[in-house]
Ligand binder design. Structure first.
Ligand SMILES: NC(=O)c1ccc[n+]([C@@H]2O[C@H](COP(=O)([O-])OP(=O)(O)OC[C@H]3O[C@@H](n4cnc5c(N)ncnc54)[C@H](OP(=O)(O)O)[C@@H]3O)[C@@H](O)[C@H]2O)c1
Length: 431
């Protein structure tokens, strides 16, 4: 059978990873498909400075890739929402299928892109956009598509997980671990998209659209980062037989589908607590199939390259089989409209960590603020500390709503012994 021709735009970490797999694993890919995948053109603005396979035509202008009538599939691997958007739009207009690793673009306007892809009768594939080294899209789209998903919890940002588990393991401060992570290449020079939760938020928008069939965008998701987590939070969490991870959560509740990305306490006994370093994981609870768990590398040139190449193979098979019916990348033929449910309606036990200037009567005043919002205290923890001018201690409260916790914290704003506003984290009991 004739080769399927590919154009790769973007030759950075992911593009070069995909390219090297396509070269090195060429024979086995051909064996699996029954026809070869041919990299016909490659593109980046600095293409001439790169060591690339001699057989591929090079260009610094992505339009050359789209204009090439022999190219069947365009891999958009540059990232961002500006030029990448133009590339995807142009590819659809030229009736070429698209493989992308772009979480930002697909979270923001993936559903709209898919609508146009259906009309053009081409395919869009985006496995590499979430948890690069783990085929979670394939699982939600096909593997467990017969189930009805109730809850999805993920550790979706490798940088945050690396930082948190290093603070936990070594007791170093957030700033010190972040600096090390930057030096080791685990964190970007500007780490804000990772540590403020925005990267995980885009990924949760995509996964929850697949899991729940609704058009979900990042603004629909309550997002909080990990900057405030200290070694002492791990000490207290351990006392409670919990640990702390940045949890991306989507769950059906009486109020509706609640979506959040935030640092949370999770029981040490849960499988997610064992996810350490730059790894990612997703735990899914289905109505019929009960729970399943997926684990793998969140990023990296080759793990993400595998996801891109596997998408290229799937799309190439569909092209060769001539099927006009594509499996939607969102696992649903059409996505419904999501009505965001405010995080204030979330109900959970909470961990409240205070930093105070020690003096008599503190607990009584905090307890009064909680009681005024009908919140019951579950435990009060205070590890021995030398510094009475900055004393961290913890109150855990029985399940209540986020709204009540926020109202209690607002009451506490008046208390002049607080060094900073309390840190509130949900305690996930249902994992
Ligand atoms: N890195 C990972 O592990 C990972 C994991 C999962 C998903 N992703 C996603 O994969 C995508 C690519 O990430 P990456 O880490 O590979 O990025 P990267 O290393 O920065 O590579 C981007 C590439 O795009 C090229 N490029 C940028 N603008 C261009 C333009 N206008 N025309 C042609 N080429 C252009 C750049 O080269 P020039 O500057 O020479 O043009 C470079 O080769 C992003 O959407 C990212 O979110 C990455």
């Amino acid at each position: 059978m004739d080769a399927v021709n590919i154009g790769i735009i973007g030759l950075g970490n992911v593009g070069m990873g995909a390219l090297s797999i396509l070269e090195e694993n060429r024979a086995q890919i051909t064996e699996k498909l029954g026809f070869p995948l041919n990299v016909r053109r490659v593109c980046s603005r600095s293409v001439d400075s790169l060591a690339l396979p001699a057989s591929a035509l090079r260009t610094a202008d992505w339009r050359d890739v789209i204009a090439d009538p022999h190219i069947d599939i365009v891999a958009e691997l540059i990232g961002g929402c500006t030029v990448a958007r133009e590339i995807v739009d142009a590819a659809i207009a030229a009736r070429k299928s698209v493989v992308t690793a772009n979480k930002e673009l697909m979270a923001l306007c993936g559903a709209e892109i898919w609508d146009r892809a259906i009309s053009a009768r081409i395919n869009i594939a985006m496995e590499a956009s979430v948890a690069g080294g783990m085929p979670i899209h394939a699982v939600l789209r096909e593997g467990i598509s017969g189930d009805r998903i109730q809850t999805l919890y993920g550790i979706l940002n490798g940088t945050c997980n690396f930082i948190l588990t290093e603070i936990e393991r070594r007791g170093e401060s957030f700033d010190a671990v972040l600096e090390e992570a930057q030096q080791a290449g685990y964190a970007e020079a500007d780490p804000s998209a990772d540590i403020d939760g925005r990267d995980a938020c885009s990924k949760l928008a995509i996964l929850s659209a697949l899991a729940f069939g609704e058009r979900i965008v990042p603004d629909d998701i309550y997002t909080e980062g990990i900057r405030r987590i200290t070694p002492v939070d791990f000490d207290y969490a351990h006392q409670l037989h919990h640990t702390i991870r940045l949890i991306a959560a989507a769950r059906h509740t009486a109020a509706g589908l609640i979506l959040s990305v935030r640092p949370s306490l999770i029981p040490q006994s849960t499988i997610l607590a064992g996810v350490r370093g730059a790894y990612n994981a997703v735990w899914v609870l289905g109505k019929y199939g009960a729970d399943t768990f997926y684990y793998g590398r969140g990023a990296g040139s080759l793990p993400t390259g595998v996801a891109v190449v596997s998408d290229l193979m799937r799309v190439a098979r569909e092209i060769r089989s001539g099927s006009p019916e594509r499996v939607s990348p969102f696992a649903h033929a059409r996505l419904g409209e999501y009505k965001p449910i405010p995080i204030a309606l979330n109900a959970s036990a909470y961990y409240l960590r205070f930093r105070v200037i020690d003096r008599p009567g503190i607990i009584a005043q905090l307890a009064a603020a909680l009681a005024a919002e009908n919140i019951s205290i579950d435990s009060v923890l205070q590890l021995p500390q030398a510094n009475w001018r900055d004393l961290p201690f913890v109150i855990t409260v029985e399940p209540t709503t986020e709204q009540s916790v926020r109202a209690a914290i607002a009451r506490m704003a008046e208390l002049n012994f607080l060094i900073e506003p309390p840190l509130a984290m949900p305690m996930e009991k249902s994992l």
